[in-house]
Design a protein around this ligand. Sequence first.
Ligand code: GLA
Length: 622
Amino acid sequence: MMKRLLLLLALLISAQAHAQKFAGLADTPQMGWNSWNSFGCDINEKLIRDTADAMVKLGLKDAGYQYVNIDDCWHGKRDKDGFIHADPGRFPSGIKALADYVHSKGLKLGIYSDAGATTCGGKPGSRGHEYQDAKTYADWGIDYIKYDWCDTKGLSAVGAYTTMRDAIRAAGRPMLFSMCEWGDNKPWEWAKDVGHSWRTSPDIYPCWNCELNHDAFSRLGVLRIFDRQAGLRKYAGPGHWNDMDMLEVGMGMTEDEDRAHFAMWAMMASPLILGNDLRKIPQSTLRILENKDVIAINQDKAGIQAWKFFDDGKLEYWAKPLANNEWALMVLNRGEQAASVNYDWKAHFVSDELSKREIDFKLATYDWRDIWGGKSGDTSKKLEAKVAPHSVLLLRLKPQPLDGAACSTTPAPRKLSYHWMSRARWQQMFEEDVEVADKGGVDLLFVGDSITEGWNADVWKRSFGQWRTANFGIGGDHTGNVLWRLQNGHAEKLHPKAVVLTIGVNNFSFCNATPAQAFDGVKLVVAQLRKLYPDARILLNAILPHGESPQSVERKRVLELNRMVAKLNDGKHVFFHDYGQAFLQQDGVMSADVMPDFLHPTPWGYQLWADAMLPDIRKLME
Ligand code: GLA
């Protein structure tokens, strides 16, 4: 008996030690509605049902708002076994029925509790009932738990929130865990694996820059909360967000202030939780809250919070890197006077230490769109605008689509930073290659992009170690980049016997090129190599297969390009060879063992490629 008890205990402990928050619930900041800001304790099941109906009818659900959250004061009493029940007067049908209703509308239901013995509204808190409450919520079909911090004197925040996290895990239902601890114990430092979001400040109040003093606490206007975010952006990201508290859009501020408020919350990737009485929300407020472009900034997949990169004394300039090399830019006027923007893009190099993203407007031109104002333009000309007091100018920037022909054939260094490689890193790799060229003594030279850069060291040594080799592969390069490197990297100092060239696939992704345009680039690279090394033999690889299925767009582009590249074979200096079959199964499907992303070989993939190429290389090296 004792043994079994011990075993059970051990199991329980190990289960708890491995308890995790549910993943995937907040890949982007959560969006929804909460009863508190408009209704306080005056809530009931009809209000929640009407709100769910309104969210659907008003288009809020379609705009992305999905949680309907009951805040404080839904509680009745605990029964003799300690189970909590809803207030039978306010929620006569019970929470489960309400959850069913909300789910039937395609929405999700949230509930509220508190780490202490009583909630901020004086209702029963979860202290000492964490597992029981989490289980109850799970049984009811709850999807979201906001967990407050009243009446917690003497409690450790880490302990209390981790206990509830574990309780939610044990209850087995994925419920988003929204920590409402007001930032008192710096949750950003420890709660990444505990909650999906954490409050960073005291409660919000619908004013621009005021502080409303109650006896025990104060409530802060939107600017005050915004300023509380300093230093916190590095803690936020997909699955774990800084929560600037619920929105007060349409709750008393001017329309300019409302737009600015919504824009700030979007830029900071804060959860977007409405607090309005949706049964009588004005169209003007809805237009703000349903602005797709602002929501898209908030919901951007990259999940990077904005930072202030420039301040001219009157206006603040905030930037948020978005997915696909796009950016959001917010110009904030905190002041009482309208201020003019006269912004020379090229005078500002925008560089983000945290995400390693940067924009150099001297190198790349972006199209911009003014989200509230509707204007558009591009960064080749100065930005001129007026920003009203207490308002923002909000822009979305998109790199101008490249001209595939020019990009493929114009020698150019890397112009953009990507999350997988900064421009500085590209420059550094280029300089390393220059050093190699200066040193000389290379007989077998590889030139290309990430596929060349990525050669597995063991395979390389085993296969090509018998020769003096160099690898001039840089990830992301297209033919324009390689042309530039060959012209500016002292490549003429080398006298290789053979060059292995694999280039062109990035012309599709980063030059916007058609196969014919990419081919023009490959032709120029081959010509450049011929000019540099008239005596060398060039093993011209077809670009490797790309894409999992033979029917994929990627695969078809590769085939089309390779059909053209094959014509460069002259049997004397340029030897074309397509080793693509080595990577494919009989039906043409690529296996993830060889190329997990269907573009870059694994060590095993490199081995297959080396084995296929070696006989040819041997001949060329003779
Ligand atoms: C605290 C929270 C608020 C709200 C109330 C409810 O003040 O910060 O968001 O939940 O409690 O009593």
